[in-house]
Design a protein around this ligand. Structure first.
Ligand code: SAM
Length: 328
């Protein structure tokens, strides 16, 4: 699939549920309503769509949400999609999770053919963690991370940079990741979704967030590329691989290779845009070729770049959708 700007699209992120057992302050409001069950794509519908996507050139899939591991019987979907990895039709199946259910699910992910996962973890301080996630238990997450490692999964920790909230957590997190052989990726907060009042107060550029480590460590740019938008550095003498995702301060849309399937079956071509096509309607009411047709339409809709900087500056331009609907 090639979009209107010549970018090749081979990476699909699927939000398997908009529900989450955490309420991270930058992600969604404390009181959040979720989609009614009939609106969710069933596992059969997701696997039908994935087969179409693979035919159109998708090679990598990331399951996300909401929290993917809170959806009932998620192992059924993971195993079904894992068959595409085993057959070679997919290069990679992976997941972004908050880690709270990883202890139970790590063996299932590994046996389905996942090789690596991203775990979101913004601090290693239990009280800070509880505050940022609004109630999460750090110890449970750490047990999940260690279970994933014990099951042979490579781990990348995703840490969102939050001004005044977890700046002091960066150096301990780097030491933790280096000690256990995990990659660490830092992410700038994006102004997604309404009702999250802390946006202005929470934003800090990664340049500012990483300033203290530049005084203490040597950072060397790496040529390493992952499927996502991070730029990588090696931090010496820790030997840590550090990824920086800078949607706000340094745009990376030129290389965008991603599309996103929402919990209710819409394809969003950009996290920062409302442009989408409704595949669920086509699946439930149409004929199979409607889906192929809509995918072609979607490719033409993919914008050249997101507008997060403008949306940050002008709150009335902000999208209503929270990250949990489209998947991070
Ligand atoms: N529940 C899973 C998790 O916690 O990883 C998957 C979904 S979560 C929405 C995916 C990623 O999006 C997480 O790493 C989270 O920190 C990030 N995220 C959520 N809201 C964000 C925002 N406004 N700006 C930047 N990253 C955000």
């Amino acid at each position: 699939m090639i979009d209107g700007f010549g970018r090749s699209i081979d990476y699909l992120r699927i939000s398997v549920t908009d529900r989450c057992n955490f309420r991270c302050t930058y992600c969604m409001p404390e009181m959040q309503s979720f989609l009614p069950h009939p609106d969710l794509l069933s596992y059969d519908e997701i696997t039908t769509l994935v087969a179409r996507f693979i035919d159109h050139g998708i090679r990598k899939i990331r399951l996300t949400g909401g929290e993917p591991l809170v959806r009932r019987d998620i192992a059924v979907l993971i195993n079904a999609l894992g068959q595409h990895v085993k057959s070679g039709a997919l290069e990679e199946l992976t997941m972004t999770t908050n880690g709270s259910r990883l202890e139970q699910f790590a063996p299932i992910l590994a046996s389905a053919g996942m090789k690596r996962i991203n775990v979101s973890l913004d601090t290693l301080d239990p009280e800070q963690f509880k505050t940022i996630s609004r109630g999460g238990d750090l110890d449970t997450v750490l047990k999940g991370i260690h279970a994933a490692k014990a099951n042979g999964l490579a781990i990348k920790i995703n840490m969102v940079a939050l001004k005044g909230e977890n700046e002091d957590a960066l150096i301990p997190m780097m030491a933790f990741c280096a000690e256990h052989g995990f990659d660490l990726t830092l992410i700038e907060t994006m102004p997604l979704g309404t009702g999250v009042s802390e946006r202005e107060a929470q934003y800090i550029s990664l340049d500012a967030f990483t300033a203290p480590i530049r005084q203490q460590y040597d950072l060397h740019p790496l040529a390493h590329k992952s499927a996502g938008p991070a730029r990588y550095w090696r931090v010496d003498p820790l030997g840590l691989r550090l990824g920086l995702i800078t949607p706000m301060s340094q745009n990376f849309c030129d290389h965008c290779n991603r599309i996103r399937l929402t919990t209710d079956g819409k394809i969003y071509m950009c996290l920062g845009s409302e442009l989408h096509v409704d595949l669920r309607k086509a699946l439930r009411e149409g004929v199979p070729s409607d889906v192929d047709h809509l995918l072609q339409t979607a490719l033409r809709l993919k914008p050249q770049r997101h507008e997060f900087e403008n949306q940050f500056a002008q709150p009335d331009l902000r999208l209503k959708r929270h990250m949990n609907a489209t998947g991070g």
